[in-house]
Design a protein around this ligand. Structure first.
Ligand code: GLN
Length: 276
């Protein structure tokens, strides 16, 4: 596992060592080695005879201690984008792409003119929507200053320029006006729930936990979403896979019509809220 071994063999052995830590050991090994070499994963896979830098072993040790790959490399792919991430924000998950699919099904190519992302974190949902619809403008809100700085950096690096703005705030408290598309992935894990060590030990608890039933933030959000959604618009709201009924009930109080969309694993993941 040191300088001198060809990367193909090093990858095979690293993936083997990662099998008890990760459900995607080969992918993790590839991403870490590409990071150590300073190349893309695609470039790495085209040149499996490159020399492996000694620094790779240190990265592997971090992953073996359950640190998520995205925090080690500082990047994560989401939808069409490569985002920078830090431990100040939740790592964007493929599950959350279900919200973008819901928005595409609702707006199609016409797209929303305005997008609001409540609890934007790295900016993943907002920037994915803006990438989808080049005519759209959007606002990302987060309680965390570090998240706002990171999301703004992502927007600038990915050249969303004047189309993305970010403000520090608590959900929609300080906002007025209405938005065509509202995206929101709030914390929804029950306090005290047992999470995988990768999540529990590394990701921000403030982005995960939401009271004894995981519903605290949905209670705050329900009336705000009703106030902030423009006529004909859509709220795409992420939920935990067992929360379809409980969150639907909270949203129906605000006279939303509610549909549920499943993620790629077939689990309930996104409530689609409309008011017409
Ligand atoms: N889906 C995340 C997890 O299970 C939770 C994300 C959230 O609370 N918004 O780790």
């Amino acid at each position: 596992m040191t300088k001198g071994s060809a990367s193909g063999e090093v990858l095979r052995r690293a993936a083997e060592r990662l099998t008890s830590t990760s459900s995607t050991p080969r992918l993790d090994a590839e991403l870490l080695l590409a990071h150590a070499l300073g190349v893309s994963r695609e470039a790495l896979l085209l040149r499996l005879d490159s020399e492996v830098p000694a620094a790779f072993e240190a990265l592997l040790q971090r992953r073996l201690a359950h640190e998520p790959v995205a925090y080690i490399t500082g990047t994560r792919s989401f939808w069409t984008l490569d985002l920078h991430v830090t431990p100040a924000v939740l790592i964007p998950r493929p599950d959350s792409e279900t919200l973008i699919e819901a928005a595409i099904a609702h707006f199609d190519s016409a797209g929303p003119a305005t997008v609001l992302d409540l609890g934007t974190g790295s900016g993943a949902l907002l920037l994915a929507a803006l990438d989808q619809w080049p005519g759209a403008w959007g606002l990302g809100v987060d309680r965390s200053r570090a998240a706002i700085d990171l999301a703004r950096g992502n927007a600038e690096r990915l050249r969303f320029g004047g189309r993305a703005r970010f403000v520090k705030g608590s959900w929609g408290d300080a906002l007025d006006g209405q938005f065509d598309l509202i995206l929101c992935n709030p914390p929804y894990v029950e306090d005290g729930a047992e999470l995988a060590p990768d999540v529990a030990e590394y990701e921000p608890g403030s982005a995960l936990f939401a009271g004894p039933e995981g519903l605290d933030d949905y209670r705050v959000l329900a009336p705000q979403l009703a106030r902030l959604l423009a006529p004909g618009g859509l709220v795409a709201l992420e939920i935990g896979s067992t929360q379809r009924e409980s969150v639907s009930a909270l949203m129906q109080v605000e006279e939303f019509s509610v549909r549920c969309r499943q993620d790629l694993a077939g689990r309930d993941r996104c409530l689609e809220l409309r008011r017409d």
